[in-house]
Design a protein around this ligand. Sequence first.
Ligand code: GAF
Length: 390
Amino acid sequence: MIAQRPYIHQIEAVFRKEFNRQPELLVRGPGRINLLGEHTDYNGGLVLPASIDKEIIFAISRRDDRTGRIFAENVSQSFSFPLDDFTQSPLGWPNYLMGVVDQLQKAGYQPGGFDLVFGGNIPSGAGLSSSAALECGLAFGLNELFGLGLSTIDMVKFSQRAENQFVGVNCGIMDQFASMFGREQSVIQLDCQSLHHEYFPFQTTDYALILCDTGVKHSLGDSEYNTRREECETGVSILQKYQPDIRLLRDATTELVDAHRDEMPGKVYQRCRYVTEEIQRVREACEFLLQNDLAAFGKKMYETHDGLQHDYEVSCPELDFLVDQTRQDAAVLGARMMGGGFGGCTINIVEREAVDAFISRMSTVYQEAFNIALKCYPVRITDGTSVLAL
Ligand code: GAF
């Protein structure tokens, strides 16, 4: 396996060159896909992600002092910071790492100084959660190196908080959970309130998972994400007047939302209805996985896309185009936009034998429509964050 990932040797070699010694530890932090359950995590609902073979590799060693020295191989940038006194960096990427150290220290853990080189094969800007991979990989590496005694769920929570509080992105818990808890050939059904999770088989012998990268990231994404969260909270506050025990939309049903439609602003109703339907869709889709009925599962993906496009309004013309192109293709069981929206990738379940034809056709029509070269990534579901043998 390592032979097919030349960047692993590259990361080790760069570590030796930068720091004149061998790394003590190699860690892999994977990116994630999400099959169903979009914009449900911050509503306490169900999601269905998996970790994949797009990954960040960390080569790391302890230092005797209290300095973190980091080299980002993909962008050839160095950064160092004193563990006892640091603030946000305008470079951007160091914040995901410093955020983890910050959260660990605030919780009373004492990681020491470290030398780190990281890099890998997660395409940037594609929405595959390279940020969660960075956070989780470092939390995992520091836990191993310094014997911090953190549980896996602790590391997930510190990683999410690093992003919420240090980086300043108000994300839910899905991405970090998926990066840490992934399991080969399985998707994780995660209840984002209780954090109860179950693995469902996702066999891809006859079908492949293909991501089609729009190559766009519309800038309104971050502000719209926060607006959606607020709209959901507004919906909850209206429903609470009738059912005080509702704390998050996961506690409501579509019937309840419909019953109070007239009291909600139109957009708030649309958002709440989408979320309650989507949570139910995840439940139903998991039954299809148990029956090994990927065709029925794929139909749910189209329903999710339609909800995200028309009700939740987080899609964009490029994503809609790519999904629409698959609707009449018998070799595609399901397709939808994936992640926060406004760009990034679609996720497609495609008959294995038809993958080459699919990629070629999609690339041609996308180029014609938007004058953008489509990038397609076949992905495999893998285990979550782990140590790599040196
Ligand atoms: C982004 C966020 F980071 C996740 O927490 C989740 O809300 C997702 O958008 C939408 O499902 O990836």
